[in-house]
Design a protein around this ligand. Sequence first.
Ligand SMILES: CC(C)(COP(=O)(O)OP(=O)(O)OC[C@H]1O[C@@H](n2cnc3c(N)ncnc32)[C@H](O)[C@@H]1OP(=O)(O)O)[C@@H](O)C(=O)NCCC(=O)NCCS
Length: 147
Amino acid sequence: MADDIEIKEIDLTYAPEITEIHRAIMKGNITDSWMQSIELHLRKQDVVGYVAIKDGRVTGFIIGEIKGPSFGLEKSGWIIALESHPNHMGGGIGKALVESIFKYFKQKGVREIYTALRWDAVDMVSFFISVGFDRSEFINLGKHLDD
Ligand SMILES: CC(C)(COP(=O)(O)OP(=O)(O)OC[C@H]1O[C@@H](n2cnc3c(N)ncnc32)[C@H](O)[C@@H]1OP(=O)(O)O)[C@@H](O)C(=O)NCCC(=O)NCCS
């Protein structure tokens, strides 16, 4: 991990900084429901998350949870959200955050880790491959319900 990155457990007090990171990534185009869903996740009991702090500022965050039994697995660790601020991308923040959550999952006896990405989010796919992810045994199905 880069020496100048401090990792802290996430909590609701970081919500404004998390929103700012998401706003910067989305170029201002964010919805209230995104923030509400993050807050909802942070209030859940089985949720784990970390923020990365660099030069006194929150520059990235990760949120995950342990599911189980579900999807035919006794226990699995899921990464629900991971973002680093555009000004700091490529600086090791994403890697430091996933390493922290891997450590947490391992301590909890969870060895199978998953995430789901948009198929065209090539930057995210490249990042996750670089930290050891591969195609899983699941496929993702979707259907749109007409009005
Ligand atoms: C994907 C993301 C979390 C990675 O975080 P980061 O802090 O930039 O990643 P790191 O600097 O820790 O990089 C770790 C590794 O991933 C690789 N990587 C990171 N971003 C990459 C990219 N865009 N393309 C290819 N590889 C990438 C790095 O090369 C590095 O590999 P190395 O350790 O072998 O050098 C971050 O770039 C991000 O938040 N992207 C935007 C995500 C987004 O658009 N979300 C939409 C919200 S719904």
